[in-house]
Design a protein around this ligand. Structure first.
Ligand SMILES: [Zn+2]
Ligand SMILES: [Zn+2]
Length: 301
């Protein structure tokens, strides 16, 4: 039986901007700097992104909830999740949806605000199939579940003035989805960040990344293992040359890439500011902190 009736479908994402924004910054915390095959320092995709004072979980790959709780970045754990956004439905970016929904069914959860999920078309079918298997075990105990599939040219405007805009990227899909997306983030003061998600070279990504303060881009493999639908140092270099981001962070590293100094590899193609992410890396853009970060891997200015 379809469980789609559990969801509330939001028709308009535009929220009136009635806010006083005191924290003007984008925080990009990397909970998982790897792809589907983890290394000790590169778990599958998971990111905790702050747009001013609003935080969301980006790409809940396997173990994302555990890593978020261990990070100390969200004291309330699963009850502290307000919005989850997905780039695509491959398991290394979505598998922990199951763990999060099951945890939110627990009697210890008391949050009464809706849990909001945003992702490409196919997300609702994925959830329907999970509900077909697990039934009400996945129904949040104290809150409703709102599911939004992106449509062309749609953007999410947050109450605090932040804007999240998806754009199509170049990544082979599965039976559920026609396409994957990346995200462009803008805070209330106009600071910008882009997350590529999984993608090969893509004109849409080049356009979205033009002159952004922070580009978090996948670099799955070394050049000699370059794979369709993914990036390697050479293609990331071409992207950065064209788009000129203020700072670039390399993520989604499979073991062969994670074992290399990707910053050195990229320096053959691009001479801008670059950093290689590992789990626990953290990057900020905003007033007095443009392009700063903590605990990064190799870095070059
Ligand atoms: Zn992936
Ligand atoms: Zn993928």
């Amino acid at each position: 039986m379809s469980r789609i009736g559990h969801y509330i479908h939001i028709r308009s994402l535009d929220v009136p901007a009635q806010y006083l924004c005191f924290i003007t910054m984008i925080n990009f915390h990397i909970l998982g700097a790897g792809g589907a095959v983890p290394t000790p320092e590169h778990c599958p995709a998971a990111y905790w992104v702050g747009l001013d004072d609003e935080y969301l979980l980006l790409d809940p790959g396997p173990g994302a909830l555990v890593r978020l709780v261990k990070s100390g970045l969200n004291d309330e754990g699963v009850d502290g999740l307000g919005a989850i956004i997905l780039t695509h439905l491959h398991p290394d970016h979505s598998a922990d949806l199951l763990a999060i929904l099951f945890a939110s069914h627990s009697v210890v959860c008391t949050n009464t605000t809706p849990l909001r999920l945003f992702g490409p078309p196919g997300l609702k079918v994925l959830l329907e199939k999970l509900f077909d298997i697990y039934g009400s075990w996945l129904t949040p105990r104290s809150r409703s579940l709102e599911v939004v599939e992106w449509h062309e040219n749609q953007a999410l405007k947050l109450n605090n003035g932040g804007i999240i805009k998806p754009f199509k990227v170049n990544h082979p899909q599965d039976r559920l989805s026609d396409y994957a997306v990346g995200y462009h983030f803008t805070d209330c003061e106009g600071h910008t960040a882009v997350f590529s998600g999984d993608t090969g070279p893509s004109p849409e990504l080049n356009k979205a990344a033009r002159n952004v303060d922070l580009l978090v881009v996948e670099c799955s493999t070394p050049d000699h293992l370059a794979t369709a639908g993914h990036m390697s140092p050479e293609t990331v270099g071409q992207l950065c040359q064209d788009s000129q981001p203020r700072k670039t962070v390399l993520t989604h590293q499979y073991p062969a890439a994670a074992g290399l100094n990707l910053v050195e590899e990229l320096s053959k193609f691009y001479d801008g500011l670059v950093c290689q992410a590992r789990d626990g890396s953290s990057f900020q853009v905003g007033d007095n902190s443009a392009g700063s970060g903590s605990e990064p891997g190799p870095e070059r200015n």
